[in-house]
Design a protein around this ligand. Structure first.
Ligand code: FMN
Length: 192
């Protein structure tokens, strides 16, 4: 017989992100964040490769990220508004965890499965934060796809990429839910 966990299911059926621009301090302290990271690292990972790692960005590090976005925006010829918005995401963030995908050499586990695992870590961290009562949001942004920015701002190696910036803090407002998928349109039942 199944052994249900109704509280966990209620969370999963109602969870939603809090836009990062609505987050404020305080952010989780180190001990609290370590629990969230521990939950996130408990994610499906084919072959136990651990193809991910965390960089916790706080205080002056967030300002440094914002400045690096501005440099990248200028180099890439991005328009002023796009640069200001992307820089503000870091400048105004209470705390941000960069989830780094770390591709591991493997004859058995394809690269894409390592990418999926890094995505799973992002969602697990987001959900751990939300389930603990924090506001949280998974962002990427144009800069996160720029190799030079990743090298300059986060010192990523060539085998690493940015799976997500997970912003975590105190929510100031609960946003209305967004429309959710129509299950009948995305599900095929195969019985014969
Ligand atoms: C890989 C990834 C990157 C994302 N990047 C952004 C982003 O840069 N800006 C943004 O507004 N939303 C971004 N989103 C969307 C939000 O994180 C999120 O899906 C949306 O706010 C609704 O989240 P919820 O289903 O948890 O409520 C991204 C989502 C994913 C999966």
């Amino acid at each position: 017989m199944p052994s249900p966990n109704p509280a966990a299911m209620d969370f999963l059926l109602t969870r939603r992100s809090r836009p990062s621009k609505t987050l404020t301090g305080p952010a989780p302290d180190r001990e609290t964040l370590e629990t969230l990271l521990t939950a996130a690292a408990r994610s499906p990972d084919h072959g136990k490769l651990e193809p991910w790692r965390f960089v916790v960005l706080q205080g002056a590090a967030l300002e440094r990220m914002a400045a690096a976005v501005e440099v990248a925006g200028q180099r890439l010829g991005k328009d002023e508004d796009a640069v200001a918005k992307a820089a503000a995401a870091f400048r105004d963030s209470p705390l941000c965890v960069a989830v780094i995908e770390v591709q591991k050499p493997s004859e058995k586990i394809p690269a894409i499965e390592q990418t999926y695992s890094a995505g799973a870590v992002c969602l697990a961290l987001l959900n751990a934060a939300l389930a603990s009562g924090w506001g949280a949001n998974w962002l990427s942004g144009w800069a996160s796809h720029d190799r030079q920015f990743l090298t300059d701002a986060l010192s990523l190696s060539d085998t690493e990429s940015l799976a997500g910036f997970i912003h975590i803090g105190t929510e100031t407002s609960t946003p209305p839910d967004r429309p959710r998928p129509d299950l009948s349109k995305i599900t095929t039942w195969v019985e014969a």
